[in-house]
Design a protein around this ligand. Structure first.
Ligand code: ZN
Length: 305
């Protein structure tokens, strides 16, 4: 796997903007750690549940190798502690390893001190297991919003370069509908960049278009339209995410979860790998740290101009 420098990556993106390199990301968590099931799966039961993340991660890493793309893996500290070899493999295969917090606690349910402790604990395990620096963070369930004005301050003070933790859209579980749709600097005193997950504008409304259940449930043509819209008409990179459990039709079924959660979680798991291959083949993708680097340069240029 070739090491790609930010400069080469920027050159590949084309100074003319002919082809935009989008951000590809995977939130590394297992089937029992998703927010939608937290009312029926006890946190204390996690260690006894069947582990599927390792096999699913290998399938994803192989898919990315075949397609020749590199990506960012936002991993839970809880997963890293149990799969240190996998953390090393992510880095050895040319990807970025970044943080998804310790055990998927939502940021808006913490205070600043507990959030600081959560990301510090996760980062230490991620760095110790992988031997690589962690510079990026994604909040579980995009849970940085108006309720957490201290979150960006804490990330900046702990030395993070970027965050991709905001869903600038109204959604039943998450969302900060008033947030900017593209990369911004949330703090006047820091270079920290927030790169929100992608939305597309349709009839004056913001639509979630950056992955998750939407990508699995809605026909591929919508995602293609949305990313083209963002790349070609708005001239901006898209940010896409998915989870290892989304390519796993063989995962255990959770009984007793709300119907809406079950529908959202289990629909089209068998079609996900094919859809992802199409998506990865049809657009240009790269790591989030390199995307953050390019977006920082763009924001700097805008400030000067
Ligand atoms: Zn997550």
């Amino acid at each position: 796997m070739n090491a790609i420098t930010p400069l080469e990556d920027a050159a590949a993106a084309g100074a003319t903007g002919a082809s935009i390199v989008n951000g590809l990301s995977v939130d590394v968590e297992d089937w029992f750690q998703v927010g939608a099931f937290e009312s029926v799966i006890e946190r204390d039961d996690w260690p006894s549940l069947v582990d599927r993340v390792e096999r699913n991660m290998h399938a994803i890493l192989d898919m990315f190798d075949e397609a020749g793309v590199s990506a960012t893996f936002f991993a839970l500290g809880w997963v890293a502690e149990r799969h240190g070899g996998m953390m090393r493999e992510i880095v050895n295969r040319g990807h970025e390893l970044a943080s998804h917090g310790w055990d998927h606690g939502r940021v808006f349910r913490m205070d600043r001190a507990s959030f600081g402790a959560d990301i510090e604990r996760a980062r230490k395990v991620l760095e110790d297991t992988s031997g690589s620096r962690v510079r990026g963070y994604r909040a579980p369930s995009f849970s940085i919003d108006v309720r957490t004005p201290w979150a960006f301050q804490e990330l900046a003070e702990q030395g993070y370069t970027y965050s991709s933790s905001v869903a600038p859209v109204a959604h039943d579980h998450y969302g900060w509908a008033e947030a900017p749709r593209f990369a911004f600097r949330p703090l006047p005193w820091s270079d920290l960049i927030e790169i929100p997950v992608t939305t597309a504008m349709f009839a004056g409304r913001r639509l979630a278009a950056g992955g998750g259940g939407f990508f699995r449930v809605i026909p591929y043509a919508f995602s293609r339209w949305a990313i083209r819209q963002v790349n070609r008409h708005e001239g901006r990179p898209a940010v896409f995410y998915f989870h290892p459990w989304e390519i796993d039709p063989g995962q255990p079924r959770v009984a007793g979860a709300p119907l809406k959660s079950r529908l959202r979680h289990y629909t089209n798991l068998d079609r996900m790998s094919g859809k992802l291959r199409q998506l990865v083949g049809e657009f240009a993708w790269g790591r989030m740290d390199l995307l953050a680097h390019r977006e920082a340069a763009r924001l700097d240029a805008e400030t000067v101009a």
